[in-house]
Structures are given as structure tokens and as C-alpha cells.
Write a protein that binds this ligand. Sequence first.
Ligand SMILES: N[C@@H](CCC(=O)N[C@@H](CS)C(=O)NCC(=O)O)C(=O)O
Length: 208
Amino acid sequence: MPHYKLTYFNLRGRAEISRYLFAYSGKKYEDHRIEAADWPKIKPTIPFGKIPILEVDGVIIHQSLAIARYLARESGLAGQTPVEQALADAIVDTIDDFMTLFPWAEKNQEVKQQAFNDILTNKAPELLKDLDAFLGDNKWLVGKSVTWADFYWDVCSTTLLSCKPDLADKYPRLLALRDRVQALPAIAAWIQKRPKTIIAGGNQNKGE
Ligand SMILES: N[C@@H](CCC(=O)N[C@@H](CS)C(=O)NCC(=O)O)C(=O)O
């Protein structure tokens, strides 16, 4: 098995989808978490200067979703057919488009909070309505078995619900999907044991 080293801040953020995929596949990896204070001296040593990165036997892969897609393919979680794979990719990109609307790195807390409130109140309902319609009464978002799209929904909605707990109350099917993902034994075990970290931009008093 290759030697895997995942580098990110001590946050769930853009690394958590890959941590879910490692947890589910049972592959061993180094969950390397760097301190924010050390970042300025580490940044210039990293190709493209952003994290997460995944080292696979020393080869550096950047971009969180390229990393996660690679791990999903390796673990049979990318979708069972080329069409399912495209649909899983599309759902991940749709959720990611929404997550990137938030000004995670904004320093002015008032501006940041206002932007978060605006997006959660005015833009989230459309995404949730569309995701709920896409899921329908199916067990998983794509095909007949769990894929990384279901994981991404759980990872991102955990962050969103921490910012606005009643966000998805109108969508019990989407909430039930979260429950199904979190009930997978390997995911349940990871959620139990993962470091309790803050959410950049969310409720900083809540250890998530
Ligand atoms: N699209 C990239 C975004 C990477 C990114 O912006 N990472 C942030 C942390 S979430 C980062 O490295 N920030 C520090 C910096 O830009 O110096 C991905 O998904 O990996």
C-alpha cells in the first residue's frame, strides 16, 4: 500500500472529505495538521501554495476535490458506471460551488457574519430544494450504493448546520441522508474520534 500523507490545517474544512474516504476504506494515512502560525514558512515549500495536499509515495497532489476523487476511485466510491461517476462529480461540484460563496478568510468579523447570514438565508434554500429533488426517495444521491457525493453532503452540511441549525428542517430526506452516512460504522467511528476543531466563519464557541 502506498504511503499517504494528508496535510491541512487543524480544521475539518477542505480536508474532511478525504479523511472520510480514508476512514471508510480503512487505508492507513498520516493526518498531518499544521498550526496556522507555521503556515507562512510552510506555504512557499508547497506547490501552488495552498492546502490540502496529499502525498502519495512522495508525489504531491493538490486541490481538495482532485485528492478526494482519486481516493474515491481507489475505494470504489466514485460511482459504479461512467454516468454515475459524472453525476457524483456534478453533485460534489454543485455543493462545492455553494461552499465557496462564503468568505471563509474574511478578517472583519462583522462583514463576515453578515455575508454568512445572507448566503445561509437567501442562497441556501435554492441549493437545498434542488438537492432534495435530486435525491428524491432514493437511499443515496447517486446509484444504489454510497458514493463520495453522499460523504460530501454530510461533511458540508455539518458545517452549514453548525452555522444555522434549522437550515434543512424543511428537508427531512436530506437530514435522513446525513444520518445514513453518519451511521456507516467506519464514519461513525471517525466522527467519534476526530479532533474537535472550530469552523472558520461558523460558531467559534462550538467545538466541531
Ligand atoms: N480549490 C482549492 C482551494 C485551496 C485553498 O484555498 N486552501 C486554503 C485553506 S482552505 C489555503 O491554503 N489557504 C491559505 C493560503 O491561501 O495561503 C482546494 O479545494 O484545495
